[in-house]
Design a protein around this ligand. Sequence first.
Ligand code: GDP
Length: 472
Amino acid sequence: SELANMMSVNVNQIISSCMSLGLFVSINQRLDAETLSIVAEEFGFKVEFVSADLHDSIDSEVDAEEDLEPRPPIVTVMGHVDHGKTSLLDHIRNTNVIAGEAGGITQHIGAYKVKLKSGRKITFLDTPGHEAFTAMRARGAQVTDVAIIIVAADDNVMPQTVEAINHATAAGVPIVFAINKIDKPGANPDRIKEELANMNFLVEEWGGKYQSQDISAKQGQGITDLLEKVLLEAEMLELKANPNRRAVGTIIESSLDKGRGYVATVLVENGTLNAGDIVLAGQHFGHIKAMFNERNQRIETAGPAEPVIILGLDGAPQAGDKFNVMENERDARNVANKREQLAREQGLRSQKHITLDEIGRRIAIGNFQELNLIIKGDVDGSIEALSDSLIKLSTDEIQVNIKHKAVGQISESDILLAAASEAIVVGFQVRPSLSARKLAEKEQIDIRLYSIIYDAINEVKAAMEGMLSPDI
Ligand code: GDP
């Protein structure tokens, strides 16, 4: 009915227009972006979306170059289970005490900052693993500047190592390799470097472009050098922020604490957050009653790349939600309410992702240039054959990209990556796990299963030619 009002047509006309698209809608139903465009077009209107989630419209402030100052990098550690992610983060947390500040970091709040002897700072996301990284990204949050990929030198490059590399690469985040456990008798860092080279990740000491550092997370060997390399990588990104503006950032964690109410760890990305500010985060808002750092010390302000705990929100936003400081409570409440209403109307459905059936339509609208795929299969040979053939389907108009390929069943991590990078999941002779299937349903990720390579290629080709009939 809102749309009918905007276009001054009878609401029944809209309803029947939707019906012709196979959608049976009620007067108060909210239409998704694509349906809106198609329906409006039928009435001679062109739809322009100002913002899908109200975030962009709130945070439209563009900083002038002269207001920008260098900020510390935000770093994530990823790697195969047991290769030493937690040990590395713990070691860094325990050894790097910010100069002039007493007391170590006693609590895990999802992120912490350290100051090196050189005086430079790094912020670590203390939620190791590519799942956390990609889950955030699937929610639209890209907070990591540099990824440390850790590989145990007494082991091999493992499936989750490859996954972590692909997740970082898909996000366009530079990688520094940490070859861990070099104190162990069976450790062989060169073997790891060779395996990485075979994957086209040639490390610097072998003439490649990837920095790597041999370390022992347990004994602390090489970690200072590792952090220097991370800083070097970060320097090239010329990370900057404007400390003199209202803060924006991302929710890292949130929970309900019996004594303190809702507690959220947030990472300030730009601007400065002050105690007393009115914060809007996802569907929640509130005055900051108090702020604490990772040492549980009360603080009044937090600048760019600083993680802080805030008290005072009226609920627990999700990890990956953006936060904004608002001018007044009324605006904050309005937007929070509107978001809640939107979420309720659309159910849990967060975002509509690409499906093979839909490609034809997207091409017709003219906004489809890249087909991203994640390929899982039963054996390496067929995965290679399939991905080569699929890449060859690329045309001048549409580039086919393989964001990740691996042997094994389709996992939750694959679905998260698909959600984060707008990809379709192709399974060859494999099926999704139960949890992956559930997540795919929730995130609306298209999973295509094949047992004949030829079928997979033909179907993707047909989709790219816009010839796939819906619902096969
Ligand atoms: P995560 O699963 O990647 O977080 O791995 P953890 O940090 O939990 O490490 C797994 C195991 O490897 C633990 O028993 C650690 O004590 C051990 N470990 C981690 N780093 C090193 C290291 O540098 N040397 C040795 N000898 N053991 C390590």
